[in-house]
Design a protein around this ligand. Structure first.
Ligand code: GLN
Length: 304
């Protein structure tokens, strides 16, 4: 049996001595004050055993990691019709780029770039009675943790500076691919991105995607074929224009956020979450990627 605890500790020690830790996201002012030296890692295997090291219980802004959960909820509400409004191809562009959206007549390349996630947010606000509370409840139930919450200061901070997301939503609206009011949809989107979770909570939540759609309490949330689709999207689109690099280095489906979090999973084996707030030039956690490369190399485990 693999000694995950020992491996996580070895990774934690080697990450601790790194001096180049990347740069904390500053375009959302509220995220600029996070300590770049934080590092946490948590792994939950499919026997539901947990292993961790570092700041694995400290909450941070999950940002784009939330896009996987909003996609899962939207898919379970509207089914395959969703794919009429969002494509499933990697964009090869940074998360907030808009040029392809214009070229491709308002159909975002995939649901994990901002424009795609804004269409998913539009679907959710159409479907849900109390969108923000219902989405939170969905995540709390999957995680079996009622303490998970939004960070209203981060949501407000992003609203004040989210000019590109306003541009994306307006462009979508001009192509008829946004049914609700721009401000209403973005208020939901900024809140979903502001959700705070720890590595421990993230690993428990994303356990679902490594456990054939069943959550940590063994309740079925997603059909196995939808899990397949979501994991495929994480692999091909979860790291924007660095998805190839992540597949090459780590070899797992995963998703990053500009809060410095990454979740990744090996189907039927484990789910892992890392947090290191410093980002590389592509907006993905620099040391989180390194830690996961070490994990799959030390254990000789990946989807390949
Ligand atoms: N809320 C962020 C944004 O829209 C999410 C980006 C990310 O985490 N990559 O810019």
């Amino acid at each position: 049996m693999i000694d995950y605890q020992n491996i996580l500790h070895t990774i934690f020690k080697s990450i601790g001595s790194e001096t180049d830790r990347g740069t904390v996201a500053r375009y959302i002012p509220e995220l600029a004050n996070i300590d770049v030296h934080k590092f946490g890692i948590q792994l939950v295997d499919n026997e539901k055993r947990s292993f961790s090291d570092g700041d694995s219980d400290e909450v941070f802004s999950i940002q784009s990691i939330s896009k996987v959960l909003s996609l899962a909820m939207a898919l379970s509400l509207v089914g395959e019709d969703l794919w009429k409004r969002v494509d499933v191809e990697p964009s090869g562009d940074p998360f907030n780029h808009l040029s392809l959206l214009e070229k491709e007549n308002g159909i975002p390349r995939n649901p994990l770039i901002n424009a795609g996630a804004i269409v998913i947010a539009d679907i959710l606000v159409s479907q849900l009675e109390n969108p923000k509370q219902d989405f939170l409840k969905f995540i709390r139930n999957i995680a079996n943790d009622q303490s998970i919450d939004f960070d209203p200061k981060v949501a407000k901070s992003e609203k004040e500076t989210g000019f590109r997301n306003f541009a994306a939503a307006n462009l979508l609206k001009s192509y008829g691919n946004l049914r609700n009011d721009v401000d209403f949809v973005l208020d939901f989107y900024f809140h979903q991105c502001s959700i705070q979770m720890s590595c421990a909570q993230l690993a428990k939540t994303f356990f679902l995607f490594s456990n054939r759609g069943k959550c940590i309490r063994n309740q079925a949330y997603l059909d196995i074929n939808r899990v397949k689709r979501i994991n495929a999207l994480m692999l091909t689109c979860g790291f924007y224009d660095e998805a190839g690099e992540f597949a090459f280095e780590v070899g797992l489906p995963g998703k990053s956020g500009v809060g410095g979090g990454i979740v990744a999973l090996l189907p039927n084996k484990f789910c892992v979450a890392t947090w290191s707030p410093g980002l590389n030039k592509k907006g993905n956690s620099k040391l989180g990627m390194q830690a996961l490369e070490k994990l799959t190399s030390y254990t000789s485990q990946s989807i390949f």
